[in-house]
Write a protein that binds this ligand. Sequence first.
Ligand SMILES: C[S@@+](CC[C@H](N)C(=O)[O-])C[C@H]1O[C@@H](n2cnc3c(N)ncnc32)[C@H](O)[C@@H]1O
Length: 288
Amino acid sequence: MTRSAGKRRSSEAASATERRLLDAGTRDHYQDAALYDFEYSDRVEDILHYRALAAEQGDSIKILELGAGTGRITVPLARDSHRVTALDACAPMLESLRATVTRLGLGESVTPLEADMREVPVADEQMDLVIAPFNALMHLYRWSDLLACFREARRVLRPGGTFAFDVQMPDLEWLRWDPDVRHAVTKFVHPVTRDKLVYSTNHNYDPATQICHIRIYYDEAPPAGRRFVPPAAPRRLVHLAHRQIFPEELRLLVATAGLELRSLTADFAGRPLAEAQDSQVAICGKPR
Ligand SMILES: C[S@@+](CC[C@H](N)C(=O)[O-])C[C@H]1O[C@@H](n2cnc3c(N)ncnc32)[C@H](O)[C@@H]1O
């Protein structure tokens, strides 16, 4: 093999590995919908934020949620009498959403839609509000994926409609933590299987792609009184890939997609970006 053919092969292998990691990083975390709901059950501020935003636009408005998941936000919006199209690419999450919608008799208000947020099967100018809550946009790994999604949001909005989302604020110190040390070590009982488990995570960040590869480990809990020692092979390993999006990139995406940025704050209470490091909470408008 020539040296250039060897180099090409190894760069092809590296990009195949990267693609597999990104694919797993988009899906793994969303295979166990009951566990997802359990892990984020105390997240309520964002629900209040998106409900208030919808109420500001009017009664019974048409909403598209991008990356709706199990319906954590869709369901409260539907209960407020809005009509929600709940788009998600992950079948187990949408199955859970469908079951909740049926159980609560919200079938007339919610339309589940299995699709990709970069190519939205919704006609032009149908929606009053498009939302992408809780880091859903961080699964769009290239700038062109993000721009495609922002353009779709603009296309399906009526003139004057609103596009709102929240993503993490990149935390440069956290991103550089030791990738071999387990963090957030927490004992818990699985909500369905009742298995006693230990949750822990670590991650590594690639500054060239701005992607953080997070590993979430689920291990057997040690007997009472014994210290947890991570085993050589985890019982379950979940890969979660999150593309970091910096504030100036967001402003550029919004403008390039033909939207107007109405506000960009650090949390759902509206604190300025300079005062907190938590999130980036954006509200954009489609010009009339
Ligand atoms: C962190 S969850 C947020 C779910 C829900 N919005 C919430 O707040 O609980 C991100 C969701 O985005 C979905 N997702 C990731 N990439 C996607 C894509 N390209 N198109 C549509 N959905 C996607 C995942 O399947 C997952 O359900």
